[in-house]
Design a protein around this ligand. Structure first.
Ligand SMILES: Nc1nc(=O)c2c([nH]1)NC[C@@H]1CN(c3ccc(C(=O)N[C@@H](CCC(=O)O)C(=O)O)cc3)CN21
Ligand SMILES: CC(C)C(=O)C(=O)O
Ligand SMILES: [Mg+2]
Length: 261
């Protein structure tokens, strides 16, 4: 196993938590790596937080490859995860393989895809041929057009049982990581305890092996964040203040300074 991935398994055994953040370009990935983040996810959430769309469905493989390249160049020792976007992998293992190769060539270490047991053959196919797969269950945003909104999952006993079975099936198929999104804390804790692979939670409570947050939520750059996100700084306000000062300085003649020669 890749030494950097083996560390994730070791830390899970020892109960040491790991932190993942999304990044979509070089400067943000550089900040994440310098801060000691363990993993960077080039998420298809870029369609929403960077491109301004209402969901992630319009993101293309070419866009994901472009952003993965920017991030990988700055990632240092961070493990780089990249999302397969909607429509590039659901038909089956061979379609998924082609798309995953594109993102590996762009610099990703681990390829993430959404879905439960129905994705197990694809996970097994890619894993057997040399690609590290991160599965993603619970609130899978690529299915929002079926649900109508971003709804928490696993809240009924039946849905919780299905998610737990999905987790086990995906791990048995060879997934190296599992993202649990917007599910009850108790369910995430149970799945984390049952699996030997590291779980990465978002809106899934404190008991997953790692956490992931969207960079623009963490830094307060978006107008709104999901209820579970913590805005560590109101970065948007900091930027607006700087920009307004620039506008004032240009208007008043304080910028640029007059040079002697
Ligand atoms: N900026 C941003 N941050 C994210 O974490 C994120 C995105 N965008 N876009 C893609 C998905 C969507 N995400 C979300 C969004 C909302 C909830 C949520 O919990 N919503 C409310 C209302 C749900 C409903 O209408 O039923 C909730 O309390 O469940 C969860 C995950 C997480 N992801
Ligand atoms: C929220 C995370 C897990 C994600 O899939 C993304 O950022 O696209
Ligand atoms: Mg995603």
């Amino acid at each position: 196993m890749h030494k950097r991935i083996a560390r994730w398994f070791q830390d899970k055994k020892n109960g040491i938590k790991r932190a993942v953040v999304t990044a979509y370009d070089h400067p943000f990935a550089r900040f994440a790596a310098a801060a000691g983040v363990h993993g960077i996810l080039v998420g298809d959430s870029l369609g929403m937080v960077v491109a301004g769309a209402p969901d992630t469905l319009a993101v293309t493989l070419e866009q994901m490859a472009y952003h993965t390249q920017m991030v990988a160049r700055a990632a240092g020792d961070c493990l780089v995860f990249a999302d397969l976007p909607f429509g590039t992998y659901e038909k089956g293992p061979e379609q998924a393989w082609d798309a995953a190769v594109t993102l590996l060539r762009a610099g990703a270490d681990v390829i993430k895809l959404e879905g439960g047991a129905e994705m197990a053959p694809t996970v097994a196919f890619c894993t057997a041929r040399g690609i590290n797969i991160c599965a993603h269950i619970g609130l899978t945003p690529q299915r929002v057009r079926q649900w109508g909104s971003f709804q928490r999952q696993g809240t009924s006993a039946e849905s919780a049982r299905r998610l737990q079975a999905d987790a086990e099936t995906l791990a048995e198929a060879g997934a190296r990581f599992l993202v649990l999104e917007a599910v009850p804390d108790t369910l995430a804790a149970r799945i984390t305890r049952d699996l030997t692979i590291p779980t990465i939670g978002i809106g899934a409570g404190p008991d997953t092996d790692a956490q992931v947050l969207v960079m623009h939520d963490l830094l307060g750059l978006g107008a709104e964040s999901p209820p579970f996100a913590r805005r560590y700084i109101e970065g948007g306000q900091v930027m607006r203040d700087a920009l307004a000062e620039y506008v004032r300085d240009v208007g008043s003649g304080h910028f640029p300074p007059r040079r002697k020669v």
